[in-house]
Design a protein around this ligand. Structure first.
Ligand code: ME8
Length: 514
């Protein structure tokens, strides 16, 4: 049977801002998802990247007296370094300034045009002459430029338009026939009402700046940033030249985005694809928005959370765990150190960290740290309960991950951590250890507890790769958790006997309240 494939993407982030917790959130979520799918046996592909063209980058570079590409090169490194430090396992990083992407944009533009969906018209909006920027009515602040606060003028420039109006019915039909296409449901309803109000044709080129991909055949125009940016999702999987990779992974299983850019992904992008004759992504999932200590994050408030600093201070895995556990994916959330420290102390230090260290400490004390060899795994109530609980947890986590319900997946894993903690309490190895006649039962109990830890190590791995890896290492597993497959947890007893374990220091030391 051919291996199932899975393709997930993050938005490509603008290079006129430095990465913050919002960017890290989306990227960590996608990373957990793709690692989960790999452990589930899929051939999974993960794409992220940067959005480098457009007027904002051109302006930001001009203000610094540098070339846009130099600015982009600098900021891209910040993103790439951050992803490395957060253990992000993307398979490809697309930059919209790379030649392969230009080729891809030119090709999709050509196909859309060939289909009769591109015409020359005039783009009209509010123009700020000193800033050389067009603004939409909504962006203006009391009629003035949101950047410099000066008055704006109604102005026109020649522009190529995309016949988006032509795809209104096809898009609505697609949304109706594919209830999974836009998630969560509340967001889907928003898009349906928007499309029903009527789709207007879309301006897809500009002549007022030059930092972009030239329109094929008319280099006075550059392609509008969103037409350029959205195309990254096919560039990243080989469009148009590498047909094998493209047909392997496209259509994407899910584009994960923030709710701020849903319309671009659920309306513009599908209509471009319909016009180009390409399949639509299977799902667009819009997650919620993070505030910080109750306030909107902004440079002027000086409250922008730097994920690298958080990871350094509290640990990469604690940060990853917190953002995915704290808020249901799809709803808004609030970041505070207090909430982060609370999660670390209760879930990570008390529940998980404690369990790992007490099981391995007992194994050290009673069996010299060597995994006992057992003839059976026991049929007492707690033995069976724990085995059933692992099977149920695997099934529940699988359902949750299909819905991108990371917080519920983690809750289910932590319920299992609770079951194992109770297993140790009820079987009381310290009592068994006092009675030589019960040595066989003590072996069984210690084996079962370690075997449960093997399950936990692999289950937490997608969310907390370092922790999963470390649990497997301490258990003396012959392979790193990176190579683990959920399939191996379906049968109880996969932990090799006679392995030498290591107790090690606390996985998550308690943190004093900030
Ligand atoms: O929009 N809370 O790039 P961008 C949660 N280049 N998520 C947040 C967030 C917050 N406070 N702030 C940012 C762009 N994000 C375009 C995308 S895609 C073809 C082009 C995350 O740098 C969230 O995923 O402004 C949001 O959608 C994205 O960063 C916007 O990143």
């Amino acid at each position: 049977m051919a291996t199932e494939t899975f393709y997930v993407s993050t938005p490509i982030y603008y290079v006129n801002d430095v990465p913050h917790i919002g960017h890290a959130y989306t990227t960590v979520a996608c990373d957990a998802l793709v690692r989960y799918k790999r452990a589930a046996g899929c051939d999974a592909f993960f794409l992220t990247g940067t959005d480098e063209h457009g007027q904002k980058v051109e302006k930001a570079a001009a203000e610094r007296g540098e070339r846009p590409i130099d600015l982009a090169d600098r900021v891209v490194t910040r993103f790439q370094t951050l992803w490395k430090s957060l253990d992000i396992s993307n398979d490809r990083f697309v930059r919209t300034t790379e030649p392969a992407h230009r080729r891809s944009v030119e090709e999709i533009f050509r196909r859309v045009k060939e289909n009769g969906d591109v015409y020359l018209g005039a783009y009209e909006d509010w123009y700020c002459t000193p800033c050389e920027t067009f603004w939409t009515e909504n962006q203006l602040i009391e009629g003035n430029c949101p950047d410099c606060n000066r008055p704006t003028d109604r102005l026109q420039e020649p522009s190529y338009f995309f016949r988006m109006s032509r795809y209104q019915d096809a898009l609505l039909k697609h949304i109706e026939e594919n209830p999974e296409f836009i998630q969560p449901v509340s967001r889907r309803n928003e898009i349906v009402s928007f499309v029903k109000e009527g789709l207007r044709d879309l301006s897809i080129s500009r002549t007022s700046f030059s930092w972009g991909i030239p329109v094929p055949g008319d280099p006075d125009h550059v392609i509008y940033v969103w037409f350029d940016a959205l195309t990254n999702y096919i560039t990243g999987v080989g469009f148009p030249d590498d047909e094998e990779t493209f047909s392997r992974y496209w259509p994407a299983d899910v584009h994960v985005i923030g709710k701020d850019i849903l319309r671009f992904h659920a309306v513009y992008w599908p209509t471009f694809l319909l016009s180009a004759g390409l399949p639509l992504p299977k799902k667009v999932f819009a997650h919620g928005w993070w505030t910080v200590e109750g306030k909107k994050m902004s440079k002027s408030l000086g409250n922008v959370v730097d994920p690298a600093a958080m990871a350094e201070e509290y640990g990469v895995d604690a940060f990853r765990y917190f953002v995915l556990r704290e808020v249901p994916f799809g709803l808004d959330g609030d970041f505070s150190r207090e909430a982060l420290v609370h999660r670390i102390n209760s879930d990570l230090a008390n529940d998980l960290g404690n369990l790992v260290s007490r099981v391995l400490a007992m194994l050290g004390k009673y069996r010299g740290g060597v995994v006992p060899r057992v003839v059976s795994f026991g049929t007492d109530g707690p033995d069976e309960e724990m085995r059933d609980a692992l099977a149920n947890t695997l099934a529940e986590v699988d359902r949750c991950m299909d819905e991108l319900a990371f917080n519920r997946a983690l809750t289910a894993i932590w319920q299992f951590v609770g079951v194992v903690n109770r297993y140790v309490d009820t079987t009381a190895p310290w009592v068994l250890a006092k009675d030589d006649a019960r040595a066989g039962r003590l072996d069984q109990v210690l084996y079962n507890a370690c075997e449960a830890l093997r399950g936990i190590g692999l289950l937490v791995f997608p969310f907390m790769p370092r922790t999963g890896r470390e649990i497997w290492r301490r258990l003396g597993m012959p392979r790193p958790a990176d190579e683990g497959r959920f399939e191996e947890l379906r049968e109880w007893g996969g932990l090799p006997a006679d392995a030498r374990t290591e107790r090690g220091p606390s996985l998550f030391p308690r943190i004093e309240a900030p």
